[in-house]
Structures are given as structure tokens and as C-alpha cells.
Design a binder for this molecule. Structure first.
Ligand code: CA
Length: 411
């Protein structure tokens, strides 16, 4: 049975006109998840942005559903090496499963096709945080056959490339590859990963702070570097998106935003922390130039300096997870559920942790985190949850170990 985390929250006011860290005390049974609210940025004297409410809408159905008793994982594919993402083009019945070693596999009618959709394993360095990390289908994929990938090349540097479908609808044309953007990575870790289309029809790419620890390369608070940032591109012609505040950069101050997602006019960013705090940011997708704080802040706390940091102008997270909470060490961002099989959870954001392997969700009501829920008693713990994914109809999937699991209702 699922259980609801009851959180009480006290937001210690900052003295000295927003010159100090926000301290959030929480008390919840078996959880150290902290939520900020309402309007954490405002409470901190940081950027005053109004985040619109996402209503919890349910999809009209002709057949009444039995009461939702809980959730379960349904393993849909296994033996995939190191799957790190699941996605699908619009209205496509297939799933495309990204494996870190440089393969994209097609799942169709319950099975993985024998031949990969794409094999760029000879272009990819698959070590640690390096590998094939992201996939995004052109919103007009059905017409253009074009899709985009993000990977670490054989030198470990970041590449954003596009490919086209071949004459076989289940195979890409490997000769169609075109490198669109590259970044020399100063270290092997914190390569970011997420690649997705979003508001404006633009392509968004997450890159980490360059790596090592303590923002060693000083990229976190720089808006003139592609690191520690979410980049935004127009794809046809390929160029930095018009309206970007700083060349390719759409937002910055991020340590390692491995996964982020859009839900209507909001962006949900899961930024991996360093020593103590993992975080989830929710912000208006229409607002470019937001600074998410790293390394001034880690989660809702000062990081550098360790106390008395200036959070003026920073967009602070709506939720943080303390290391060790359910074994947490590295947050894995997911999606707001917009499928049809679990209408009770429409609008709820799901996330996990690479070390903790649990499954949690919350509902963002426009000003604060509500209905925080831990589903782990239902679904069990998966080791090494690397990512979430969606199919074309909004159902949610999790990649963990060598397998892909669908989140399904228990009624
Ligand atoms: Ca942050």
C-alpha cells in the first residue's frame, strides 16, 4: 500500500535582506524530503516569478475505472546492457530505448526488434557518465524522419547530432549523421544528458558544470559558457534559439541536470547534488535566463560559501532530497504523468534516485509541492534507476539495471 508523506515545514526567515541560506526543517515519517513552499523563490528574496497552476485534469473515459489501489512495475524489456532513456515520436506505437553503449533499440508489440534502430557505438565513449545520453524526435518526425542524439564522443567530448530514418521505418540511416554542436569536456563527469523538444518548438540540451567537484572549472555562475546550463536551439536552420539570453544558453547555475522535462508551460529540472542535497526545480518555461544557483547553493542550502550566501536572483528548488533518504545519492528526474491509464495521477511528477531506487511523486499546485507520495512499498526498490521515459500516449517508463519497466496501475 502506498503511504503519504506528511511534511511539516518551517521556513526559517533569512536575516540581512536575503543574504543567508534558506533553512528548511522537515519532519516526516521515514523521510527527509524537504519541500519549499509556497513560492520558495519569493520567500528567499530571490527572483519573484509567478508559476502558473497546472490543474489536475482527468481524461474522460467511457468505462468507469475501479479504484486505484496502488502502482506496480511491469518489466517490458530486459538484457539491454545499460538502458538510459525511453522515448517515442508522436502517435507512434513503438518505444525507442537508448542504451549508453551507443545503441537505440526498437520495442514493438512486446518485443525488442533484433536489429538496432541506430548503432553509433563506434562513435561513443561508454565509460562512467559518458556514453549515448539523450534522444529527441523531431516534433514532425512522421514527415521529416529526423531525430537528434546527444553523446560523448571517443574523446569524451559532447556531441549533438541529427540522423534521418532510412527506407526501413525501424532503422535509421547511419550515413545521415550530421554533427550540429560540440563542446570540449574538461572532465569525464557531469556531462548532463537530457535532450528534448520543448516550448517554442526548440531543442533543449542539458550540460553539467564540466565535472570534477566543487564546480572546479568555475562554470556554475557563468552565463557565457555552455556548461552548467540548459541550452536551447532552433533546429531548422540549426542555431541558438532566437530569444536566448546568452548565445546557446537558456538557463544556467546547474550542477548536473541529467534529466529534465516540460509539462505545458513549466519545466521540471532534477539537478544532481554533490555532498548532501539533491533538488528538483519547477519554473516557468517561458522565462529564459533563470539561474538555478550552483555552486552558491546546493538544494535549498548554501554551498559556496557554506553559510551566508547571497540568493538574490536565484531560482531555488521546490523540493530537495537529503543524501541517505531512502539511500539517495543522485536524483533521477522524471515526468509529470499525462497518460490515460492512471487518470487519478494526472499532473503528478514522478522521480527517483540512482542509488535509492525508490519511486516518489508530488503535485505542483502552482505555488508549492503538495501530495508528496512514496510508492516504493507498492513497486519495490529498483537498483540504479537511471531514467524515466514516456511513450507517445503519456504513459511512464523507468530504466533500471538492464531493464525497462512500465508504471502501471493496480486496481
Ligand atoms: Ca540549484
Amino acid at each position: 500500500m502506498r503511504w503519504w508523506i506528511v511534511l511539516s515545514l518551517a521556513l526559517a526567515a533569512c536575516s540581512g535582506s536575503g543574504q543567508e541560506a534558506i533553512v528548511v526543517d522537515t519532519a516526516g515519517p521515514g523521510s527527509s524530503t524537504s519541500v519549499a513552499g509556497p513560492a520558495p523563490a519569493t520567500a528567499a528574496g530571490a527572483s519573484t516569478t509567478t508559476i502558473p497552476t497546472m490543474p489536475s485534469t482527468t481524461t474522460a473515459r467511457s468505462v468507469p475505472l475501479d479504484p486505484l489501489l496502488g502502482l506496480a512495475y511491469e518489466e517490458i524489456a530486459s538484457d539491454l546492457g545499460f538502458p538510459v532513456f525511453v522515448d517515442a515520436p508522436s502517435e507512434d506505437q513503438r518505444l525507442f530505448i537508448v542504451a549508453k553503449d551507443g545503441y537505440i533499440w526498437v520495442w514493438r508489440s512486446g518485443t525488442i526488434l533484433e536489429d538496432p534502430f541506430l548503432d553509433i557505438s563506434d562513435l561513443v565513449r561508454n565509460e562512467g557518465e559518458q556514453g549515448l545520453l539523450g534522444l529527441a524526435f523531431d516534433p514532425s518526425f512522421a514527415d521529416t524522419g529526423r531525430f537528434f542524439v546527444h553523446y560523448s564522443d571517443t574523446r569524451g567530448d559532447t556531441v549533438l547530432a541529427s540522423y534521418y530514418l532510412s527506407a526501413d521505418p525501424d532503422r535509421a540511416d547511419p550515413a545521415s549523421g550530421e554533427v550540429l554542436f560540440e563542446a570540449d569536456q574538461p572532465a569525464s563527469n557531469h556531462n548532463g544528458g537530457m535532450l528534448t523538444f520543448g516550448p517554442g518548438g526548440f531543442l533543449y540540451l542539458a550540460l553539467g558544470d564540466g565535472g570534477r567537484s566543487n564546480d572546479a572549472f568555475g562554470n556554475g555562475q557563468r552565463s557565457d559558457t555552455v556548461f552548467a546550463a540548459i541550452l536551447r536551439f532552433e533546429v531548422d536552420p540549426f542555431r541558438p534559439a532566437p530569444g536566448n539570453p546568452f548565445d546557446e544558453v537558456w538557463s544556467y547555475g546547474l550542477r548536473n541536470p541529467w534529466r529534465f522535462s516540460f509539462d505545458s508551460d513549466l519545466v521540471y529540472i532534477a539537478d544532481v547534488g554533490q555532498n548532501t542535497y539533491e533538488e528538483i526545480d519547477v519554473a516557468p518555461a517561458s522565462q529564459p535566463g533563470l539561474n538555478y544557483g550552483w555552486p552558491v547553493t546546493e538544494g535549498l542550502h548554501c554551498f559556496a560559501p557554506p553559510s551566508g550566501c547571497d540568493v538574490e536572483g536565484l531560482t531555488l528548488p521546490v523540493l530537495e532530497v537529503t543524501h541517505g533518504d531512502g539511500g539517495a545519492c543522485s536524483i533521477t528526474g522524471g515526468y509529470v504523468y499525462r497518460g490515460t491509464e492512471i487518470p487519478e495521477l494526472s499532473g503528478h511528477y514522478f522521480y527517483s534516485d540512482y542509488c535509492g531506487g525508490w519511486l516518489r511523486s508530488f503535485f505542483w499546485d502552482g505555488s508549492g509541492v503538495t501530495q508528496p507520495t512514496d510508492w516504493t512499498d507498492d513497486v519495490g526498490t529498483l537498483g540504479a534507476v537511471t531514467s524515466f521515459g514516456t511513450d507517445a500516449f503519456g504513459e511512464l517508463y523507468v530504466t533500471a539495471g538492464e531493464s525497462v519497466y512500465k508504471i502501471v496501475p493496480v486496481r
